[in-house]
Write a protein that binds this ligand. Sequence first.
Ligand SMILES: [Mg+2]
Ligand SMILES: [Zn+2]
Length: 240
Amino acid sequence: MKVLLACDFDHTIINDNSDTWVLQLSSDKVPADIRSRYDIHGSWTDYMDEIFKFLHSKGITPEQIINHMQKIPFVDGMKELLLLQAQSQSVDCIILSDSNKIFINCILEASGLLESIGAVYTNPAEFQENGCLSVSHYHKHGCQLCPVNLCKTEVLQNYLKTCRENGKVYDVVVFVGDGGNDFCPCLNLSERDAVFARKGYRLVRKIEKLTSNKKSNLKPEVKIWESGFEIKSHLESLLK
Ligand SMILES: [Mg+2]
Ligand SMILES: [Zn+2]
């Protein structure tokens, strides 16, 4: 049995939104013109790029950002889930996230979990020479359901295709998420797979809306989760 654990990051592995968390570093409110620009260009990633410039203009350093990100709490049971997959030869884990590479790497590195993650697919980010963080879109895609910078279906299906071409076939994909942008990949999983949607969050509502229509043909089994322990138990039952 070979299992791929595909996880979202914000509000799934960590119990907050990394993008809004970083704003706690500024005692000043985000100026209205930056906020309104999000409404105009409609890209959260571009908005965050402006937020990083704003934080830089307030004298916030890379060290402050990194230290602050490492304080975000994990969701209950998520460290245990990631440790289980790290110890199991039968489970690989990838992360699909609309956050950015700097945040995810520094958070997972601080808890010693980064090395166990097979791949992190997220928006590229870097600190520029002047110390200002910049972020850009992960890719271009034509999916109408997803934000312009990232379609998790495209990433996940490409990943699985590359694995197959290299002779690695997963029997089961376990997809774990909470948000609206986790909906698209659920539509493209098979009957063998499982979707874990976080209780009380947007993904559950989107799935419920879809499945209330009797003609919907959502193939994977859907489970509602509250902690990483439930997902860990599911993996353990698959591996028995
Ligand atoms: Mg999320
Ligand atoms: Zn999509």
